[in-house]
Design a protein around this ligand. Structure first.
Ligand SMILES: [Zn+2]
Ligand SMILES: [Zn+2]
Length: 129
């Protein structure tokens, strides 16, 4: 992935393009499944962990990535274009493979239409098949 494309994506989410942010986005763009914090740390083992952690927090806050909780692990995946600062619209299912332990966004499955009784508010949905 070229640097220019990463810069354009960062600009579209109003994130200033530091070297670490470009590298992190480049890595995320290459993934076919969600990555855990330790996957990212292992890849950037030579980088400062605090900077890396802050980069992910910024990405999440700005609507570039969303986090997924899976078996006590936090995984990160890139958002769709619709997500903006402090407003994520990732109302989709996450498919978890018990063989390869990978998590993949199923963005075509829209969960935003799911209704709960009027005196409840929906915070998290989990499906077990
Ligand atoms: Zn999002
Ligand atoms: Zn997702």
């Amino acid at each position: 992935m070229e640097k220019k494309k990463c810069e354009q994506i960062l600009a579209s989410k109003k994130i200033s393009p530091t070297a670490m942010r470009i590298l992190t986005l480049d890595f995320l763009l290459e993934q076919s499944a969600a990555v855990s914090l330790s996957d990212i740390e292992n890849y950037f083992f030579h980088s400062d962990r605090i900077t890396l952690y802050r980069t992910l927090k910024t990405f999440e806050k700005k609507g570039l990535i969303h986090s997924i909780q899976e078996n006590n692990t936090t995984k990160y995946s890139l958002c769709q274009d619709a997500c903006t600062e402090n407003f994520h619209q990732d109302n989709h299912l996450h498919f978890y493979c018990t063989q390869c332990m990978e998590t993949v966004c199923l963005e075509q499955v829209d969960l935003s239409e799911i209704q709960v009784p009027s005196n409840f508010s929906l915070q998290q949905l989990r499906f077990f098949c």
